[in-house]
Design a protein. Structure first.
Length: 56
């Protein structure tokens, strides 16, 4: 949870008005992936979802 909070803080202040959203994926007590909300006008969740669906 602390890692996710730290990741979401990277979005300030330029990513407003988008909400501060971050995700950290772990396995066996190791972080294997992390990401956060993109700035307005950047990649959106539909593209990210498509990439995960087709590339992983």
């Amino acid at each position: 949870m602390i890692a996710a909070l730290g990741c979401s803080r990277k979005t300030l202040p330029g990513y407003l008005p988008n909400p501060l959203v971050a995700c950290v994926i772990g396995d066996a007590n190791q972080i294997v992936a992390q990401g956060y909300t993109e700035a307005p006008g950047q990649y959106d969740t539909d593209l990210v979802r498509w990439l995960f669906t087709h590339l992983l």
